[in-house]
Ligand binder design. Structure first.
Ligand code: ZN
Ligand code: ZN
Length: 377
C-alpha cells in the first residue's frame, strides 16, 4: 500500500531542524504483513529523546531509516499465524521485540532479549525482513523494529500489546516508551517500596513518569532534579517534596545535607555522563543509582572504585523499565485509569507529519514534555 513516512537519510544535520530537515516526508510503499506480523494504522506516536539522539547521530542507525518507537495504533490486517488479534483492535507498540524462548525471555526479562538487538542493529523487523520501500525500489530500514513516524506500520505480533479500546490513543501512545521506561525504572528495576525516599534526575517524559510512579507507589520523599526551573515547578505540583536545580554549583552538597547523607534510590533519566555523575554523588551509602537514560554510544562513566566497595553502592541499568510488556502495560494503564499515572498532563500538543522537524527543535530546546505525531489526521 502507498503511505507517507518521515525518512531520515543522514545523521547530524545542524539545527534548526525546521531548515535542515533531517526527516523528509515521502510517499513510500508498505508491504503487507508477513507470518507473525500485523499491519497497524498509527494513531499517535510520541517524540522521544532517543529519536533526537538518532537525529543528532549520537545513537546512529542504519540509513535510510524511519524512526519512531513510542506509539499506539489500530490493527488493520493480521499476517499468517496471528490469531489473537483482529482488525480494529487497539494496540500499544513495544520497541524491544522479544523471541519468547531465549534464556532472558524465559526468566521474565524480554526487555533484554538479544533477538531484538540483532534486528535493531540490522534495521529489520524481528523476522529479518524490511517492509518499507521508496518509490525507486530502495529498501528503508526500520527503527526499533517499529518505524512509527509514518501513517502505517508492519510490526511483529510480539512488538505490540492489545489494550482497552475505550482509552484515547494519544494517551496510550505514551505507554510505549516514556511510561514503561520511567514507571518501570521505579516499580520494577528499583523495586521501590512505600515509604522509600527516591530522587528523579531529569524531568522529561520518562522522568515525569518516574515521578508519577514514585507518588503512586507511596514514596515518602521524592526529590526532583533538573536544569529547568519550569520543570521543577511542575514536579512540585505533581508530587515532588523537594526540588533542586542541577546547574547550582552546590547542588550535590545541598541534596546530601537535605537528605542526611544522600538518597537511597536515584533514578537517572537524563542520559548523559554529567547527570550520571550527579546521580552517583547524591546516592547514600548502601543506596542505588538506577540509570534509565541512554547516553551517546561509547560514552564512559567512571567512579572511585574504593568508594563503591566501602559505601556498598549499586549501579543498575534499566532498559525499558525492566518491563514485561504484556504484564506491565495493562498494569500501568490500570494506574492511569485511577488517575495515578496521569500521562495526559505530559502532552505538549499534537502535530501532523509535515511539522515533525520543527517539533524536534522544540524537543531539543527542552521546552516540551511529550509531543504526539498524529499522522492520519
Ligand atoms: Zn523513547
Ligand atoms: Zn528472547
Amino acid at each position: 500500500m502507498r503511505m507517507q513516512a518521515a525518512i531520515m537519510f543522514q545523521h547530524g544535520l545542524p539545527r534548526p531542524y525546521a531548515s535542515s530537515t533531517p526527516l523528509i516526508i515521502e510517499d513510500v510503499e508498505l508491504e503487507g504483513p508477513g507470518p507473525g506480523e500485523v499491519l497497524i494504522e498509527i494513531a499517535a506516536a510520541g517524540l522521544c529523546h532517543s529519536d533526537l539522539s538518532a537525529i543528532e547521530g549520537i545513537r546512529p542507525r542504519p540509513l535510510p531509516v524511519v524512526i519512531g518507537h513510542e506509539g499506539a495504533g489500530i490493527v488493520r490486517e493480521c499476517g499468517e499465524g496471528v490469531t489473537d488479534l483482529k482488525p480494529d483492535d487497539h494496540v500499544v507498540t513495544v520497541f524491544v521485540s522479544s523471541c519468547g524462548g531465549c534464556r532472558f525471555c524465559v526468566r521474565g526479562r524480554p526487555n533484554i532479549c538479544p533477538s531484538g538487538s540483532a534486528a535493531r542493529a540490522a534495521g529489520t523487523l524481528i523476522s529479518g525482513g524490511k517492509r518499507i520501500r521508496r518509490l525507486n525500489g530502495e529498501a528503508v530500514n526500520h527503527g526499533s523494529g517499529l518505524s512509527l513516524f509514518a501513517q502505517y506500520a508492519v510490526v511483529a505480533r510480539r512488538s505490540m500489546v492489545k489494550v482497552d479500546s475505550t482509552i484515547p490513543l494519544d494517551d496510550l501512545a505514551i505507554f510505549g516508551c516514556a511510561v514503561m521506561t520511567g514507571a518501570g525504572a521505579v516499580l520494577n528495576t528499583a523495586g521501590m517500596q512505600a515509604g522509600d525516599t527516591i530522587a528523579v534526575l531529569g524531568l522529561g517524559g520518562v522522568g515525569m513518569n518516574a515521578l508519577f510512579a514514585a507518588v503512586a507507589g507511596g514514596a515518602e520523599r521524592i526529590i526532583a532534579i533538573d536544569t529547568s526551573v519550569e520543570k521543577l515547578g511542575l514536579a512540585r505540583q505533581w508530587g515532588a517534596t523537594d526540588t533542586f536545580l542541577a546547574t547550582d554549583a552546590d547542588c550535590v552538597e545541598r541534596i546530601r545535607t537535605a537528605t542526611d547523607g544522600g538518597v537511597d534510590t536515584v533514578i537517572e533519566t537524563a542520559g548523559n555522563i554529567q547527570a550520571m555523575e550527579l546521580a552517583y554523588a547524591i546516592t547514600a551509602r548502601g543506596g542505588s543509582v538506577v540509570s534509565a537514560g541512554l547516553p551517546a554510544q561509547g560514552a564512559n562513566f567512571s567512579y572511585m572504585h574504593a568508594g563503591l566497595v566501602s559505601d556498598e553502592k549499586s549501579i543498575l541499568g534499566s532498559y525499558m523499565g525492566s518491563c514485561v510488556p504484556e504484564r506491565d502495560i495493562p498494569r500501568f494503564i490500570g494506574l492511569y485509569k485511577r488517575g495515578k499515572l496521569p500521562v495526559e498532563r505530559l502532552k505538549s500538543g499534537t502535530l501532523p507529519l509535515a511539522d515533525i522537524n520543527s517539533a524536534f527543535d522544540r524537543l531539543a530546546d527542552g521546552s516540551v514534555l511529550r509531543q504526539l505525531l498524529r499522522p492520519n489526521i
